[in-house]
Design a protein around this ligand. Sequence first.
Ligand code: PAF
Length: 291
Amino acid sequence: MKIIKLPGQLQKICFDLIKKGKTVGLVPTMGALHAGHISLIKKSVSQNDFTVVSVYVNPIQFGPNEDFNKYPRPIENDIKICKENKVDFLFLPTNETLYGKNFSTYVNVENLSQIMCGVTRPIHFRGVATVVTKLLNIAQADRAYFGMKDYQQYIIIKKMVEDLNIRTKIIGCPIVREKTGIALSSRNTYLSAEAKAEANGIYRALCEAKKEIAAGKKLDAVKKNLEKNILKIKDAKIDYVELRNADTLEPVFLSKPSKPSAKNDKKVLAAVAVKVGNVRLIDNIVERLKS
Ligand code: PAF
C-alpha cells in the first residue's frame, strides 16, 4: 500500500491507471475506521482494479460549535486497517495541500442540504459536497462508496454527481451495526457504556416503524409511535424524526393511508437524529409501502 499526501501526485497516478484501462474505486472517510468502513473497502476491492481510501477530517463540514477538534484521529490504526484490507493507495491530505490559502469555491446541493440534518447543521453538506467533489476529481474514481447510515449525504452526493456530470458511480452500502443494534459510527466512542446501551433503543424503535410501514399502518401514526419510542431512551432529545421518500427525500403524505401512489412513492425512509446525553446520533431504515 502506498501512502500519498499530495493531491497532484494521486491524481497523476489515477490518470495513468485509467489510461491503461484500469478501474479505480474511492472510499472517502474521515478515519477512525471501523467495520462499517471496512465493508466499503471490501466492496471497492472486489469491484475495482485499484482502491483508494482517503482519510481526512474535513474542517469545512463542521460548524463552529461542533466536534472538529475532538474528532478521533487514530491514524496508525487506520493505516493498519487499510493495509490488512488490500487498499492500494491511502490518501492523507492536509488542510494546506487540499485547500491551500485562498480557497473560495464551494459546491452546494440546494434544497436537499437544508432539510433534516441541514436544519441544525446549515453548512455541513456544503462542506461534504465540496470535499467529495475534490476527492472524486483527484482520484478520477469509476466508483465511490458511501455508507447508508449517512443516508441524506448519500442522496446529496448522488444528486451532485448527476447535476455536475461527474463520471463516478455512487454506491450506497448497507449500515453495519453492533449485535445490539446501534449503527457503527466513529462518534460512538463519545458514548459512555450506559449511554451506548440506551442508544440501542434507536434501532429498536426504527425496527418497529419498519414493521408498521410494511404492515400498511398510517404514516402519521408510524411517526408518532417512532417519536414516542425514541423518547423512552434515557436522556434522549429528538433533533428530528422524519418519514420521507427514500429516493428523493421529499416528505411523504403522513395523513394519507400508507399506500404507494404517484405522489407518495413506494419506498419510505424513516430517519432520526437523536442526542443521547450530548452525543448526536443518526440512524435510519428504508421500507416499502404495502401495495
Ligand atoms: O461520511 C464521511 O465520513 C464524510 O462526510 C466524508 C464523505 C468522508 C466527507 O468528508
